[in-house]
Design a protein around this ligand. Structure first.
Ligand SMILES: Cc1cc2nc3c(=O)[nH]c(=O)nc-3n(C[C@H](O)[C@H](O)[C@H](O)COP(=O)(O)O)c2cc1C
Ligand code: SF4
Length: 434
C-alpha cells in the first residue's frame, strides 16, 4: 500500500503552524475552491465520495452526517470540532493542532459552508491550554487574511470560530455531553435520537466532528473524493493518524493508509516490540476497544471493517501494544479504575457496575479472590453491556469481558497462587474491598 502523507505532510516543516507556511503549501485553496466553484451540496457529495469516516470513535460516514442537517434556514446551525481528546492512549489530535492548526480551521470552515453554519466552536481538552492559544492565534491569522469572519474571500459567506476549553471530564468528549458542557451545564449525555444534526447545540442543527476528521476535508475538496478514497479501502477511505503507545521500540503518531496491516505497522513503523520480546496483546482503538490477542493482530488490518470482524473497533486510532510480560489483569484493573472515575453517574449499571468491577478486581489482585470471582466479574461486565445510557458503560464492559475470554489465565493466576507483590496502588486501596 502506498504510504502518502496527507494529514502529516507539514509536520516536519519549520514553523508549520504559521499561516505563511500553510499558504505556501496549498493552504486555504480548498476553501477558495469551495466558495467560488462549488455549491454546499457539491461539497457534501465530494466528502461522501471520499468514504471519510469519523476519526473520533464511532467511524460514521462524515458526508452522510453532514447531509442529515436540514437545509431550511429557520434556525441557526453550528459546527463543533471535538478536540476533547481524552480517550486513554489517544494523542493524535494534539499533534495535528500543534503542527497544523490551519488545516483544522480550514476543515471547520468547509463544514460550515457545507451545512450553512455561521458559528463554529472548537471544544478543546482543558489540559491543552497551550494549544488553545495556538488555535486562537491561528484564527486571528486567518481573519487577517480574510478566511474567517464576515464575507469570507468576498463570497458573502461568514463564519466565526470560538475556542472553548473543557474542564477535565472524559464524558465531555461524548458529543451530546460536550454540547451540554458548551451550553454551560453539567456534562450529562443526552438521549439520542434526536441526533445533533437535527437537534444539537442550543437545540439547533449541529455538525460535530473530530479534529482529524475535519482536517481531512481540505485535501478531499482540493484533490477529490475519489483520490482520497483510493488511498484506503473501499469502505474506509484515506489515511489516518495512529497513536501507538506501549511496548514498542518507537512509540509515536504515524500516518498510514486505512487497510494497512497492523503487524507490519508494529514491526516497520514502530521498530517492533521493545527489547526483542514477543507480542502478547493490543488494544486497538483507545481503552474503549476490546483487546486483541497476538494471533488476532496477525490477521488485522487498520480499517473499520477488519476490526469489526474481530469484534473490536478502530475507535480513536490509539494502538496500545503489550509485550509478553504484561499482566492483563493489571491492565484491566487500571482501565476499570479510569471508567469508574469518569462515569458521570447518571445511570445505575455504569455508576454502580464500574465500582463493583473495580472492587472485584482489587480483591483478586490482592490475592483474596475466590475462584468464582472471575465468572462473577465476567457476568457483571456482560450485564453492564448494552444497558447504559451512553457508550461509556459499554466501553467499561468491553475492557473487561473480552479480556477474560482471551486471557483468563492471567486472572486465574491470582486465584491459584495468592500474589506476594502487587502494585502499591492495589495493595493500598482507597476504599474497603467487597
Ligand atoms: C465517553 C466518550 C468520549 C468521547 N470522547 C471523544 C473525544 O475526546 N474526541 C472525539 O472526537 N470524539 C469523542 N467521542 C465520540 C463523539 O461522541 C463523537 O462520536 C465524535 O466527536 C464524532 O466525530 P467524528 O464523526 O468525526 O468521529 C467520545 C464518545 C464517548 C462515548
Ligand atoms: S453510561 Fe456512564 S457515563 Fe454514560 S450516562 Fe450512564 S453513568 Fe453517565
Amino acid at each position: 500500500m502506498e504510504k502518502v502523507r496527507v494529514l502529516s505532510a507539514r509536520f516536519d516543516l519549520p514553523d508549520s503552524h504559521t499561516i505563511e507556511v500553510y499558504l505556501r503549501t496549498g493552504g486555504y485553496q480548498a476553501l477558495r475552491k469551495a466558495l467560488t466553484e462549488m455549491t454546499p451540496e457539491a461539497v457534501i457529495e465530494e466528502v461522501k465520495r471520499s468514504a471519510l469516516r469519523g476519526r473520533g470513535g464511532a467511524g460514521f460516514s462524515t458526508g452522510m452526517k453532514w447531509s442529515f442537517v436540514p437545509r431550511e434556514a429557520d434556525k441557526p446551525k453550528y459546527v463543533i470540532a471535538n478536540a476533547d481528546e481524552s480517550e486513554p492512549g489517544t494523542c493524535k489530535d494534539r499533534v495535528l493542532m500543534e503542527k497544523d492548526p490551519h488545516a483544522v480551521i480550514e476543515g471547520i470552515l468547509l463544514a460550515a459552508y457545507a451545512v450553512d453554519a455561521h458559528l463554529a466552536f472548537i471544544y478543546i481538552r482543558g489540559e491543552y491550554w497551550y494549544l488553545k492559544e495556538r488555535l486562537e492565534r491561528a484564527i486571528e491569522e486567518a481573519r487577517e487574511r480574510g478566511f474567517v469572519g464576515a464575507n469570507i474571500l468576498g463570497s458573502g459567506f461568514a463564519c466565526e470560530i470560538i475556542v472553548h476549553p473543557g474542564a477535565g471530564a472524559y464524558i465531555c468528549g461524548e458529543e451530546t455531553a460536550l454540547m451540554e458542557s458548551l451550553e454551560g451545564k453539567r456534562g450529562y449525555p443526552r438521549i439520542k435520537p434526536p441526533f445533533p444534526a437535527v437537534v444539537g447545540l442550543y437545540g439547533c442543527p449541529t455538525v460535530i466532528n473530530n479534529v482529524e476528521t475535519l482536517a481531512s476535508v481540505p485535501p478531499i475538496i482540493l484533490r477529490g473524493g475519489d483520490w482520497f478514497r483510493q488511498l484506503g479501502t473501499e469502505k474506509s477511505g484515506g489515511t489516518r493518524l495512529f497513536a501507538v503507545s506501549g511496548h514498542v521500540a518507537r512509540p509515536g503518531v504515524y500516518e498510514l493508509p486505512m487497510g494497512y496491516p497492523m503487524k507490519r505497522m508494529i514491526e516497520e513503523e514502530c521498530g517492533g516490540i521493545r527489547g526483542g520480546k514477543r507480542l502478547k496483546a493490543v488494544i486497538p482503538g483507545g481503552s474503549s476497544a476490546p483487546i486483541l490477542t497476538a494471533e488476532e493482530v496477525e490477521q488485522c488490518t487498520l480499517d473499520f471493517e477488519s476490526l469489526a470482524a474481530l469484534k473490536s473497533m478502530l475507535g480513536s486510532g490509539a494502538i496500545i501494544v503489550m509485550d509478553e510480560d504484561t499482566d492483563i489483569a493489571q491492565v484491566v484493573y487500571r482501565i476499570t479504575k479510569f471508567y469508574e472515575h469518569e462515569s458521570c453517574g447518571w445511570c445505575v449499571p455504569c455508576r454502580e457496575g464500574t465500582r463493583w468491577m473495580r472492587k472485584l478486581l482489587e480483591r483478586l489482585l490482592r490475592g483474596e479472590g475466590r475462584p468464582r470471582d472471575i465468572d462473577l466479574l465476567y457476568e457483571l461486565a456482560r450485564n453492564i453491556f448494552g444497558t447504559t445510557h451512553c457508550p461509556l458503560g459499554d466501553a467499561a464492559a468491553w475492557a473487561v469481558y473480552p479480556a477474560i475470554e482471551k486471557f483468563r489465565a492471567d486472572f486465574e493466576a491470582y486465584v491459584r497462587a495468592p500474589v506476594v507483590s502487587v502494585s502499591a496502588e492495589v495493595s493500598t486501596p482507597r476504599r474497603l474491598a467487597v
